[in-house]
Design a protein around this ligand. Structure first.
Ligand code: GTR
Length: 403
């Protein structure tokens, strides 16, 4: 099926009714926090597993870590550590790059996010190991024949203002998403999926994880490591675009993440699917058949049949701090649909005793709002910018506890 052209007119958004996160599938109201925590939350999580991102396995029992390198960085202002997380004895691994401020006297809250082109792409720091595993199938950013070269060192530095993050007293941890699963439709042969196939299985079942599930699984393995490190405090998980979808899914599945930040995650992320504005399920399933579980394809051009919508994914983060960021020119991601999803998740935040999104009106461009849910729509296009980071740092100052 060839998807229709994207709709960019509010007047052409179809009439829709969102499923109510506070009414169970059997029609009962969820009226107290324990009914949410003990029942409804698990029910919604299961809906997302079955229909959207797929079931995700737990950690492997023989996962172990080795320190690849450790030293001073950024003229002595940072302590850098590179950790190789081996998922099993001889199989694939993920390299975690961690920067901590050297002047910290106690554990520091830390941002964790996957990156697009390898750890070495986030900083021109020559000590960072060149990612050697599969690269995005794009002949740019110093990638030749799907392999990183030295020409890709620091190419994504604008998205990772390490000095600013450290100067504000935070740590930063990142890993390359291709270490977990290469971002193309390879029938799930080259990433971590085969580690979990039962005998005779060659691809995930229709309700089992796709690439987003695998990337989110990797974020939880990074969290396993950070949990063991006395120098890192609460962890905020964040990501841009497909990695923003991933951050939301990781935050929903793994409540150890103390805060969740979605930077322009759009369709299949923070944006409401039923609005069919910008990218639709038909577009995304056609272009990226490997991102979601196979069951999700049943909802291409049938959004109203979904037993959920993306506001319920945001509600799975409640009552933890959640930040949703859009950009005004990034209409493909449906900024208004991202805002409306945050608003529609707010009743769950209220039930759990927090304010959620502190406004019902879509804020002006470059005017962030910060309650337990934060939101901004900044000027410019699809990207993770210093402006975005400044809001996340302020949001973290408000919400992430320090000892
Ligand atoms: C686009 C895709 C979006 C978004 C983006 C990205 O092509 O349609 O859903 O995820 O890629 O990840 O950069």
């Amino acid at each position: 099926m060839v998807p229709n052209e994207a709709n960019y007119h509010e007047s052409k958004v179809p009439q829709y009714t969102l499923p109510d996160p506070l009414i169970t599938t059997s029609g009962n109201p969820v009226s107290d926090p324990s009914a949410w925590t003990q029942e409804r939350r698990a029910g919604i999580l299961q809906l997302f597993k079955t229909h959207v991102y797929g079931e995700m396995p737990g950690p492997l029992s023989d996962t172990h870590c080795s320190i690849l390198e450790e030293g001073e960085a950024l003229a002595g202002r940072a302590h850098r550590r590179q950790i190789r997380i081996h998922f099993n004895t001889n199989g694939p691994y993920m390299d975690l790059l961690l920067y901590l401020p050297t002047d910290a006297t106690a554990a520091v809250p830390t941002f964790l996010g996957l990156n697009f082109f390898g750890n070495h792409a986030i900083q021109p720091d020559p000590e960072i190991h060149l990612s050697t595993q599969w690269m995005r199938a794009e002949p740019k950013n110093g990638i030749v024949d799907h392999r990183a070269t030295n020409a890709s060192r620091g190419v994504l530095a604008s998205r990772w203002p390490v000095e600013k993050i450290l100067a504000r007293g935070y740590g930063l941890a990142t890993a390359y998403y291709g270490d977990l699963d290469p971002d193309y439709d390879d029938g799930y042969q080259n990433g971590i999926h085969p580690l979990f196939y039962r005998e005779g299985q060659h691809r995930p079942d229709p309700d089992q994880w796709g690439a987003i599930g695998a990337w989110a699984w990797g974020l939880s393995r990074a969290m396993d490591y950070l949990d063991t490190d006395p120098k890192t405090g609460p962890v905020a998980v964040l990501g841009l675009s497909r990695l923003g979808k991933t951050a939301l899914w990781a935050g929903a599945c793994d409540e150890r993440f103390a805060a969740v930040i979605s930077n322009e995650s759009g369709c299949g992320g923070a944006a409401l699917s039923r609005r069919c504005y910008g990218e639709t399920l038909a577009h995304i399933n056609e272009s990226f058949p490997h991102w979601f579980c196979d069951n999700f394809r049943r909802f291409s051009a049938a959004e109203d049949q979904l037993p959920l919508d993306q506001h319920m994914l945001l509600a799975l983060c409640a009552p933890r701090p959640l930040y949703i960021a859009s950009a005004v020119e990034d209409r493909w991601c449906d900024p208004h649909g991202e805002f409306l999803a945050a608003l529609a998740a707010t009743p769950v935040y209220h039930l759990l005793g927090t304010d959620g999104l502190p406004t019902e009106q879509m804020p002006e461009v470059d005017r962030p709002v910060m309650g337990q849910i934060g939101y901004h729509i900044r000027s410019g296009d699809h990207d993770l910018t210093e402006y975005d980071w400044e809001q996340y740092l302020t949001f973290a100052d408000i919400h992430l506890p320090r000892p």
